[in-house]
Design a protein around this ligand. Structure first.
Ligand code: ZN
Ligand code: ZN
Length: 473
């Protein structure tokens, strides 16, 4: 933990601002929203702790996700929000089955730690076995001739590198997002990828993949980084064996894999969004939307992805509400079924996309400290951005130059023109845990979670009280 993220240090640095604005009055002014957040009663932590402890894994379309919605409605009501409601929708539901993998030859057989990717086809209970076609990257797979792939189990290597802004996910993530589809089109019988993750533990990283219409899905899984290393060492030996004898005299045959993956597509099942509001004082003012996602992958308890995000946005909205009624309505969206295709975000846009939103924000990148703020605001809101940047500077948050994009669940709104502010979290260790069995509450640093809440509260307070001339109606 860095000293700068300690709550006492944050309180000290923010106090300077408040002293400057409030010390002259003989009667102390009521506490601001950010001051309330600093004195906070750990609303964010209690949401993350409660959701992960009482519900745990909550995969989209399952009974666990439905239980999480009921939990969310009860908790948001207890916290004093208005218009708390579930908004159901149906989505295609995929569930994990048995999952095992082995390197079966030419060396002594041994198991690999594997997790099926969302939308993977089943191998059947008997599994499938075949020779490996190795690719150093997704681009190499795309460039390969079909005959090199046909009838084989494709393996995509390409280890993701950690970055503070998490920017490697888009580049390396293509192996998961699009690799299985590319392999299927070339006639592969299955695909195994190196996990899209930056850790060195035997915890494979799951996540959704998708197949184009008309492409028959194939079995698809991710092995952990150490298991991918093992596979690659064997692959290299099979190449060497073509020219050299090995000590045990293995014959030069291709590397072989066996997979038993038995996931199922259950067809349409109910999911849903949970929405709550802080009603604004000006009924003509367009709302501010803050989002997280309620569903998680099934392997862990979804602490950093995304129980803490729901805790952060909700705590911030509550501190703003506690300080004074904001001018604009704050709409809190705990989206369903994000992990498997942003179904909740789409359902929200279908229902409310025609309504004007003043600005959109989302928290879905763990709970480590916010280090940068990005804006996508109209020119009329220049002073809003300046006020936010000034309020965040004492928290160690710098102003970025990239346009804000808002996050997955509000992405459709932002693409349709809604303004956005992104509070960028430190992603250095996010992909050690992302979509693994290790995404659990003990990984959340309460001091950094608190820094997020203070930053969100200060930002949301300014946005929710912005004028019509700044952010329009
Ligand atoms: Zn997420
Ligand atoms: Zn996720």
């Amino acid at each position: 933990m860095k000293a700068s993220s300690h709550p006492a240090r944050l309180a000290g640095s923010l106090a300077l601002i408040f002293v400057a604005t409030g010390a002259a009055a003989s009667i102390p002014p009521p506490p601001t929203a950010a001051e309330l957040a600093l004195q906070g009663d750990d609303v964010a932590w209690s949401i993350a702790e409660g959701l992960t402890t009482e519900i745990g894994p909550r995969q989209a379309g399952t009974e666990a996700e439905a239980a999480a919605r009921r939990w969310a409605v009860a908790r948001l009501g207890q916290l004093g929000f208005a218009n708390v409601r579930e908004e159901p929708f149906d989505m295609p539901t995929w569930v994990r089955g048995e999952e095992q993998a082995w390197l079966t030859g030419p060396f002594h057989p041994q198991p690999l730690a594997i997790a099926a990717l969302g939308n993977s086809a089943s191998t059947g209970r008997g599994g499938i076995e075949g020779p490996v076609a190795y690719f150093a990257s997704y681009d190499d797979l795309v460039a390969a001739p079909d005959h090199y792939v046909r009838g084989r189990i494709v393996f995509i290597d390409h280890q993701m590198k950690a970055a503070q802004d998490g920017s490697g996910y888009g580049y390396y993530g293509r192996a998961r997002f699009s690799g299985p589809n590319a392999a299927a089109k070339k006639g592969a019988i299955a695909v195994v990828i190196r996990s899209i993750g930056t850790d060195s533990h035997r915890t494979p990283h799951t996540g959704v993949t998708s197949f184009e219409p008309g492409v028959t899905p194939i079995p698809a899984g991710a092995v952990s980084n150490p298991d991918a290393d093992q596979l690659v060492r064997q692959w290299k030996r099979t190449l060497q064996m073509r020219t050299n004898e090995t000590p045990l005299g293995y014959t030069p045959e291709p590397l072989r894999l066996k997979l038993v993956l038995t996931p199922q597509l259950l067809g349409p099942r109910a999911s849903g969004n949970v929405i709550a509001e802080v009603p604004g004082s000006d009924p003509a003012a367009s709302p501010v939307i803050v989002a997280c996602h309620l569903d998680s992958w099934d392997l862990g308890t979804g602490a950093i992805d995304d129980a803490t995000g729901c805790g952060i946005i909700t705590a911030a909205a509550r501190y703003v509400m506690s300080a004074r009624q904001p001018r604009r309505t704050i709409r809190i969206l705990w989206a369903g079924a994000e992990e498997v295709g942003v179904h909740g975000g789409k359902a929200y846009f279908d229902k409310y996309g025609a309504q004007r939103h003043a600005v959109a924000m989302e928290s879905d990148f763990g709970a480590d400290k916010v280090w940068r703020v990005d804006f996508k605001l109209p020119d009329s809101a220049k002073t809003v951005a300046d006020r936010i940047a000034a309020a965040l500077a004492p928290l160690g948050i710098t102003r970025g130059r990239n346009p804000a994009s808002g996050g997955a669940d509000v992405g459709a709104l932002v693409q349709a023109g809604t303004a956005a502010v992104d509070l960028q979290q430190d992603g250095t260790r996010y992909f050690d845990l992302h979509h693994t069995a290790d995404d659990t509450l003990d990984k959340v640093d309460p001091a950094q979670l608190r820094q997020n809440v203070v930053a969100w509260t200060a930002t949301l307070d300014i946005l929710a009280n912005s004028s019509a001339s700044e952010l329009g109606e």
